[in-house]
Design a protein around this ligand. Structure first.
Ligand SMILES: [Zn+2]
Length: 212
């Protein structure tokens, strides 16, 4: 029996097309009977949580999903129309043991189309990205979003190294205004993203959960 590996590299909790399922962690493989002699590690290799490099994407995507749920919860408390009323923002941080968490959530005025990020608690060593929504619908980062990203990338690069800075990502929550049935979804960008592309980036599972 040969296993067929997917041709395309799956990163984090993302899919390329809205019709695709989101990636899932594999179920634990139980070996019984005639398969008992097989290496118990077989089948575990694709678990994104088994490798710190792939766990980073998985957990950062989970944090972005948590941010979206938290924005929605707070928006409901304020009587907003979901994430359509105002902009919400949070940074994603990673502590020394690898755990991801959200920084303070900030929000802008109704129909203002802006938000002032709260940078308290930010260091060049813990910053891993940011999450904010576009109530008006643009699924790609704006010019000023990229300006902010580049500024933080330079700062992290100067104090924590380029390799660390290159792990930073920018999550945008928006709906596809060209599709009347679309929902608010999470799109992810990094330094390698094509900034001139109009096509939407991969979207992240809004129900994503971190590695155990
Ligand atoms: Zn923006």
């Amino acid at each position: 029996m040969t296993d067929t590996l997917p041709d395309i590299e799956v990163r984090g909790q993302r899919r390329r097309e809205p019709a695709e399922p989101f990636p899932e962690r594999p179920e634990p493989v139980v070996f019984e009977g005639q398969h008992a002699e097989l290496d118990p590690n077989i089948g575990q290799e694709l678990d994104p949580c088994a490798d710190p490099a792939t766990a980073l994407d998985w957990n950062a995507d989970a944090a972005a999903a948590e941010a979206k749920r938290e924005f929605e919860r707070r928006a409901a408390d304020m009587g907003d129309d979901g994430l359509y009323t105002r902009e919400w923002h949070a940074y994603v941080y990673q502590n020394a043991s690898g755990h991801m968490y959200l920084g303070p959530v900030s929000y802008g005025p109704p129909m203002g189309g802006m938000v002032t990020p709260n940078t308290s608690g930010m260091t060049p060593d813990n910053l891993i990205g940011s999450v904010h929504n576009h109530p008006g619908g643009s699924m790609n980062p704006s010019g000023s979003d990229w300006q902010g990203f580049d500024g933080l990338h330079s700062w992290v690069s100067a104090y924590a190294g380029t390799a660390r800075a290159d792990q930073m990502r920018l999550y945008i929550i928006a709906r596809d205004v060209n599709d009347p049935n679309s929902q608010m979804s999470i799109h992810v960008f990094d330094k390698d993203s094509n900034r001139n592309s109009d096509s939407p980036a991969e979207d992240v599972n809004p129900d994503g959960q971190p590695c155990p």
